[in-house]
Design a protein around this ligand. Structure first.
Ligand code: FES
Length: 492
């Protein structure tokens, strides 16, 4: 049986049930674009402080990246605490640890307060290596995490069914079913002058007093706007060169019985992550990884093949029931970008810590909007100057634009064929037709779909993603359906 190609979370949770916006003239204190973990957490916190909110979601609650996460709720950060201590300082590492812990406790508190049935569970987390050459790095991270104030320590064993060389134990991490959690938050939005609209596309946001938000269902105004859209769709344009967009892949396998409790991350390149989760459809082992920069992997199907091979070798041969992918935004200096420009707020750059940094971003935005002190706001401020040591990464991550655009236009041809007959069912190719470049896809029924290959964000050419059947932009990670609709920003 072929596995489902949508996430375990989206398949095992209810369909959309919030009405779209269908009128002009609405005014709220805060408009929030995006009903993922950042948007809905911010909405709930603001509403608790007496503000009216309107959450505007293009598809359904969790239909963006939160519904495609693997939902590790953790203090362990991709950037590593020793790196943060080096390129910022030890106080920064301490604040990142503090924000991550506070986010876990914020989630726990909302689950408890609203009695959200989302299978929230405290579990240990383990960063581990199978290679002797990485043991020193793992030891360094154990020490830096402990110095940052976490309950973390070096361990020589982890409860997995294969040998490892060393690891870091992070105590008291957590997991949940992210769609069930979002549904619990979403149920708290409507009423008392607040709204949640699904299937409503934001076409533009104008900063001002008030801000004006134009959607396909009507215009509304707000005192402030939070862009909780994974990457900002308006303003904050300099952020697009401080972030790099990666695709990450996940597969879910029906659980085979007894298994260790915990979140597991290895140090391979690209890395793998594993956990188990009870759902309404039974229990699953979820394995993810095989990350690559968006639009820069010619054979995306091999990312799933690579994950399957990893599972076969480490957990024994088995068949996935679900496979899906998500978009990870890696900030150049390792920390999220959160803050404001005028009355528009942004929260992005969570790397692999979408659940915790997404929650921290909501807490910071809510504090900034309501005039409360926030101890992490300055460190995560999107306007921060690059930390020392991150400059090299900044340059290497962002040579893609404008180099890509120059290459596409002036230097080399990315045309793959001049004959649309070469585009087989299920494929997509850049085709030159009468001297004009087109992005051509042939669907399974044989019908051709042709688009301009030029990304509507800043003009790079898109590339075909065969595993997901999308057109992906290598410059800043925008992704498009074969019909041209935007799947991932910054294009919108
Ligand atoms: Fe920026 Fe395509 S040019 S995402």
């Amino acid at each position: 049986m072929e596995p489902h190609t949508t996430s375990l979370w989206l398949e095992s949770s209810p369909a959309p049930r919030h009405e779209p916006l269908r009128r002009d003239g609405l005014h709220v204190d805060v408009a929030i674009v995006g009903a993922g973990i950042t948007g809905l957490t911010a909405a709930v916190l603001l509403k608790q402080r007496g503000r009216t909110v309107a959450v505007i979601e293009k598809e359904r609650v969790g239909g963006g990246e939160t519904g495609n996460t693997t939902a590790h709720i953790t203090e362990a950060v991709d950037a590593r605490y020793y790196f943060i201590a080096r390129v910022f300082d030890k106080e920064a590492a301490r604040l990142v640890a503090q924000a991550s812990r506070a986010s876990i406790e914020q989630i726990a508190q909302l689950v408890h307060e609203f009695a959200i049935q989302c299978r929230f569970k405290r579990v240990p987390g383990y960063l581990y290596t199978e290679k002797r050459s990485f043991v020193a790095e793992v030891k360094r991270e154990a020490q830096a995490a402990a110095e940052a104030g976490l309950a973390a320590k070096y361990v020589s064993e982890v409860p997995l069914p294969f040998a490892i060389r060393g690891g870091v134990l992070f105590e008291n991490q957590a997991q949940f079913h992210p769609q069930e959690y979002l549904a619990g938050l979403a149920a708290r939005i409507h009423g008392d002058g607040s709204f949640l609209f699904e299937r409503t596309h934001v076409r533009g946001i104008e900063d001002g007093e008030p801000c004006v938000i134009e959607t396909d269902g009507g215009k509304l105004t707000a005192g402030a706007v939070i862009q909780a859209t994974n990457v900002p769709i308006v303003s904050f344009t300099t952020l697009h060169v401080k972030d790099a967009a990666y695709r990450t892949y996940a597969m879910a396998y029906p659980s085979k019985g007894a298994h260790p409790d915990g979140l597991f991350w290895d140090t391979a390149e690209p890395y793998h992550y594993t956990r188990w989760q009870e759902t309404g459809e039974g229990e699953f082992m979820i394995v993810g990884g095989s990350d690559h920069k968006v639009g820069q992997e010619a054979d995306t199907e091999k990312c799933f093949t690579g994950l399957q091979q990893y599972v076969d070798e480490h957990f024994g041969p088995q068949q996935p029931r679900y496979r899906w992918s998500g978009q990870v935004i890696d900030p150049v200096d390792g920390l999220p970008y959160i803050g404001r420009s005028g009355n528009i707020y942004v929260s992005t750059g969570y790397a692999g810590q979408g659940m915790t940094f997404g929650t921290a971003g909501a807490m910071i935005c809510a504090d900034l909007i309501t005039g409360r002190e926030n101890a992490w706001a300055e460190l995560f401020d999107w306007k921060r100057v690059h930390a020392r040591g991150a400059i090299k990464d900044f340059i290497s991550e962002n040579v893609d634009y404008p180099r890509r655009m120059i290459m596409d236009r002036l230097v080399r041809s990315n045309v793959e064929t001049k004959d649309v007959a070469d585009v087989k069912p299920g494929e997509g190719k850049i085709v030159s037709v009468g001297g004009r470049k087109l992005a051509v896809h042939r669907d399974d029924a044989g019908t051709l779909h042709a688009l301009s290959p030029v990304c509507t964000h800043m003009g790079c050419d898109v590339a075909w993603n065969d595993a997901e059947r999308t057109w992906d932009c290598p410059c800043h990670g925008s992704r498009f359906k074969t019909t041209g609709e935007v799947l991932n920003g910054p294009a919108h």
